[in-house]
Design a protein around this ligand. Structure first.
Ligand SMILES: [Zn+2]
Length: 308
């Protein structure tokens, strides 16, 4: 049987097919670009909850074991960075979040990560975070001020007895998680002592937790083998980043902050600002319309007021 001669195609059909082909190419290109761009991951690294860290001669410059501890800090950070890249990150920003915030040495850090250094920052432990990130990871975190069993427990600095945001008492983890939520970026994993990670989980129930040590009391700890702790930090970062999906920003019309101090000096100075209310000799209260603004002022109060 002779083959049917194919009918000539009308120009409108040809035009439709061409348009479809162009659209298909464009969507393939977009998909490829999205995969190539990968995820953008933010890692905030504190020191007290780092694997192996167990004494205050380790946590500040001048301490006999400070040099050792900053290497340990870099190792936990590197475990998180490795995990983030395994989980699909193509851009990782590390923020040194401890004390003077110049603990991590760039030469010790995984060369794929960028590093923010120095504590003269508006947003401290969360400097550089914005809504372009896909996931946040906390490394080396500790429990909040006055937690009866957390190792090196404090909030922000030694001067704070309690910090409340919208009626909830929070530590650094809770405060930082509230800022991440404001930007709609999920906090996917946290490492630190067992008290610290449970505390952060109370603020972020879906978070992956890695207890790298067990707090026996405010000073004594049971340290897990370093290799196990780092393996778990890496795995939690990998799985957390892989599963991370951006959320709708969590915002409320006002952020009410109440800060109780261990001295009367800071409230005495803070009372000079019109928006501060002295609700007790050791406690101030203020309100800000956004979490970044509240965060910035909390930081001013615990870090940048000189009472000498
Ligand atoms: Zn801290």
């Amino acid at each position: 049987m002779p083959r049917q001669p194919s009918l000539p195609l009308s120009s409108s059909v040809l035009a439709r097919r061409a348009t479809r082909a162009v659209l298909l190419c464009a969507s393939l290109l977009l998909a490829t670009n999205a995969a190539a761009q990968g995820k953008k991951v933010y890692i905030s690294v504190d020191m007290e909850g780092i694997s192996g860290v167990n004494g205050d001669d380790q946590t500040g410059p001048g301490g006999a074991e400070y040099g050792r501890a900053r290497k340990l800090m870099a190792e936990d950070a590197n475990a998180a960075i490795r995990g983030a890249f395994e989980g699909g990150a193509t851009d990782v920003l590390v923020n040194d979040s401890h004390g003077g915030q110049r603990n991590l040495l760039p030469e010790d850090l995984d060369p794929r990560a960028r590093l923010i250094s120095h504590s003269f920052k508006r947003y401290g432990m969360m400097e550089g975070l914005d809504d372009t990130f896909d996931a946040v990871i906390f490394v080396g975190y500790h429990a909040k001020a006055d937690a009866p069993r957390g190792v090196f427990a404090h909030t922000g600095s030694g001067v704070v007895r309690d910090l409340q945001v919208n009626g909830r008492s929070v530590g650094e983890g809770g405060m930082n998680a509230a800022l991440a939520a404001w930007f709609g970026v999920p906090v996917v994993s946290v490492s630190g002592d067992d008290v610290a990670v449970e505390e952060v989980k109370a603020s972020v129930p879906a978070i992956r937790t890695v207890a790298v040590k067990r707090a026996i009391n405010g000073r004594a700890v049971e340290l897990r083998p370093l290799v196990d702790a780092r393996r778990d930090i890496q795995a939690a970062a990998r799985d957390g980043v892989k599963a991370a999906t951006k959320t709708k920003p969590e915002r409320v019309p006002a952020y009410q902050v109440r800060m109780q101090f261990r001295n009367y000096f800071i409230p005495e100075v803070a009372d000079a600002f019109e928006e501060m209310t002295l609700v007790a000799p050791d406690t101030v209260q203020f309100s800000r319309p956004t979490m970044p603004e509240a965060y910035r002022l909390i930081r001013v109060l615990y870090r940048f007021i000189n009472t000498n």
